[in-house]
Write a protein that binds this ligand. Structure first.
Ligand code: SF4
Length: 331
């Protein structure tokens, strides 16, 4: 699955690198100085590289914990994110990472312990506020877990901080590390979801919606709290029927008491990022639909469609859930 692993020489003896070595015994291992030498090269073609990405093992030195962009969090006073990895095994047409990075190679930062140290400083510094931490902003939180082993260590860490919440956002059904241990109540496993027909077209390489719902149900049965993330909402001719059926199906399978929160947000990109991504995908239906650019330079479906979708989704969700569990993401 991964033919080449580039590694910063300094990280080769790190336990995470040893784990990756065991998981990828047949890969060609190539030493480098710093990951930026490869990752930040200009004029790389994301789409071509995405066909066979390499893995880069690196050490992170700064920006371990960052405040989330506005409109991203839920009801905590302080919301932060961290990225132990850049890029993702999956290949969703709307993924903003294609607009953010010029390389589709995966970067895994092996020094998890430094992330945890910085997160604990952040928790201490903001101890008088409610806090939520988001994993999976620049990657999928669980998709690479068999190789990275990150979630296991993350959960062990957050188990000690029951007063803050952490979200693992995913489309993955790799839940082994979660079901083999007792659930913790401050960790939310948040699944990104779209109606089946839309996911089949756009969520390339990701598990089907049926498998995601099954994974959610299994996790809920094991006591984990589940997040539902309908973001981005995608507009089609029959979007109302499709979203209504999806929400109904999920609510038929998952008990409301296992649902921590539901959030939804429309397809939206900063103007420059939209241009870059749509150039990479000029043949797909998603980017053939005419989008609007608002005064803040955000490209989206425009006010009329946005308003219709928001009202409909909010109303559908309220049929099953209390309003306090439903959040509208704008960031
Ligand atoms: S699962 Fe998320 S991070 Fe991965 S390709 Fe899809 S949108 Fe991007």
């Amino acid at each position: 699955m991964i033919d080449t692993v580039y590694f910063e020489e300094e990280v080769l003896q790190h336990p995470t690198a040893t784990r990756v070595r065991k998981a990828l015994p047949k890969a060609n291992w190539v030493p480098i100085n710093r990951f930026q030498e490869l990752f930040n090269i200009r004029n790389q073609n994301f789409r071509i590289q995405k066909k066979n990405p390499a893995l880069i093992l690196a050490k992170k030195f700064e920006n371990f914990v960052l405040p989330v962009p506005s409109g991203f969090g839920m009801n905590s006073t302080k919301n932060f994110y961290f990225s132990h990895m850049y890029n993702c095994l999956y290949d969703c047409d709307y993924c903003f990472l294609q607009g953010l990075y010029s390389s589709a190679n995966y970067v895994l930062f092996v020094n998890y312990e430094d992330f945890f140290e910085h997160i604990s400083h952040t928790i201490e510094k903001n101890k008088n506020d409610s806090q939520m931490f988001f994993s999976g902003y620049d990657c999928d939180s669980l998709a690479f877990d068999k190789i990275s082993g990150f979630s296991d260590q993350l959960i062990q860490f957050f188990e000690k901080y029951q007063n803050v919440e952490v979200e693992l956002r995913t489309k993955s059904v790799v839940t082994k590390s979660l079901v083999k241990r007792p659930a913790i109540k401050n960790c939310i496993i948040a699944f990104s979801l779209s109606p089946n027909k839309i996911a089949e077209k756009l969520d390339n390489k990701a598990p089907s919606i049926r498998r995601r719902i099954k994974a959610m149900k299994d996790l809920a049965d094991y006591g984990w709290l589940i997040g539902l993330r309908f973001d981005p909402l995608i507009y089609t001719n029959d979007w109302k029927v499709q979203y209504s059926e999806l929400i109904c199906e999920i609510m038929g399978q998952i008990n409301v008491s296992s649902i921590h929160s539901v959030s939804y947000g429309l397809l939206r990109f900063p103007k420059k990022m939209y241009k870059k991504i749509s150039n990479l995908h000029n043949t797909t239906g998603l980017f053939a639909f005419p989008l609007d650019i608002n005064n803040n330079g955000v490209t989206s479906y425009g006010k009329e469609i946005e308003s219709e979708m928001y009202h409909f989704i909010q109303k559908e969700l309220q049929r099953y859930l209390p309003v306090k569990k439903i959040f509208h993401c704008t960031g």
